[in-house]
Every structure is written in structure tokens, then in C-alpha cells.
Design a protein. Structure first.
Length: 205
């Protein structure tokens, strides 16, 4: 009788130990599953899919602080490409400059007005001149706000008889503004000025 009771008690202890082990294992697996699900959901939510020209492109979400330097350089580059890329077409010139002036303050508008008053754009149209720019590098100092920048670029002024290559160096500051369709980076160029704009090569056609 006592032997049977002992066997029953031993069996009960084994069952209890096994049950506890199963419960602990289930709890561990459940916690791990919840953690993995949260991680997966966070990863999925940080992805944005963009439909462009019939193709689905994946974009990743990131804090702006991780991309300030990249966005600042691209803002400066975009502004210079719009402001200095000209063709002998009044509509093209106006379209590019309108986009450029959304990215900068009155210092850029003042430069535009000066060029207009001096007949620069009229001469581009009358002379069938094309002007292209290649931004070589942009340095941005993120240690102090507003962020000081300097842009180094090469201009090509293409005429029927010649192509003039010029060195262009400008500087200014970047301050934060609200993002919009006209200003996707959320920066505004201020105190913009040209430090150098000189001929470095002339090729006669």
C-alpha cells in the first residue's frame, strides 16, 4: 500500500516537473514570438513603397538627424543646378529660376534681379547660348546653426563659336524651414554670395 502511494507521489512529482517545464518553455517561446513580431512590424512600418514609372521602389524611413549632411548638400547642389542651368528659351529659364528661388532667400532674388537688369538672360536667348553647371563638391559645417556651406562647381557656357569653362565658388548659410513640394529638403539658403567666377578654359569651335 505504502509502495503504491510512493509510486503515485513520485509520478505526480514527475508530472508536475514536466508541466512546469512545458509552461516555462511555452512562456519563453511566447515572449520570443512577441518580440520578433514587434521587430518585424517596426521594420515593415519603416519601409515606404513608391510607385515610379510602373516600378515599385522601396524607401526606408530614417530620422532627419541621420541625413542632415546629405540633405543639406543635395539642397545646395539642387539650387545651383537650377539657378545656373540655362538654355536659350525664356520659359525654360523662368521655370528653372522659379524653382531655384523657392530654395533661397532674397540674396538669390537680388542676384537674379541684377542679372536681369544687366540683360544677362536676354543675351542668353538672343545669342543661343546654353549654360550648364557641374557641382564638384559641397562642404557644410553642421557644428553651428545656421549651417555655413561652400559650393565648388564648374560652369560651361556653350556658344556657337566657343565653349567657355568657368570656375564657380559660392558660399552661404542654411536654415531650417517647413518642407513642401517646392522645398522638399526643408532648408533655405541665406546670405548667398559668389566668391569666384573666372574663366579657366576656352575652346573655339
Amino acid at each position: 500500500m505504502f509502495k503504491k502511494m510512493k509510486n503515485i507521489e513520485t509520478a505526480f512529482q514527475h508530472v508536475r516537473s514536466f508541466t512546469i517545464a512545458v509552461v516555462i518553455a511555452a512562456a519563453v517561446i511566447s515572449c520570443y514570438t512577441v518580440y520578433q513580431c514587434k521587430t518585424l512590424i517596426a521594420a515593415v512600418q519603416s519601409r515606404i513603397y513608391i510607385l515610379y514609372n510602373g516600378k515599385v521602389l522601396e524607401a526606408l524611413e530614417a530620422d532627419r538627424k541621420d541625413n542632415v549632411a546629405v540633405e543639406a548638400r543635395d539642397h545646395v547642389k539642387t539650387f545651383h543646378e537650377l539657378f545656373f542651368t540655362l538654355d536659350p528659351d525664356d520659359k525654360v529659364i523662368r521655370a528653372n529660376l522659379t524653382k531655384a528661388l523657392y530654395l533661397a532667400d532674397e540674396s538669390a532674388k537680388r542676384e537674379y534681379d541684377n542679372l536681369s537688369e544687366n540683360g544677362y538672360y536676354a543675351n542668353v536667348i538672343a545669342g543661343n547660348i546654353s549654360q550648364q553647371i557641374k557641382v564638384d563638391s559641397v562642404s557644410v559645417d553642421l557644428r553651428n546653426y545656421p549651417y555655413a556651406f561652400r559650393c565648388y562647381a564648374t560652369q560651361s557656357i556653350i556658344r556657337t563659336t566657343s565653349t567657355v569653362t568657368r570656375s564657380l565658388v559660392t558660399q552661404g548659410e542654411l536654415r531650417n524651414v517647413s518642407r513642401s513640394d517646392n522645398n522638399p529638403h526643408g532648408f533655405l539658403i541665406q546670405r548667398w554670395e559668389t566668391l569666384e567666377n573666372r574663366d579657366i578654359k576656352v575652346i573655339n569651335h
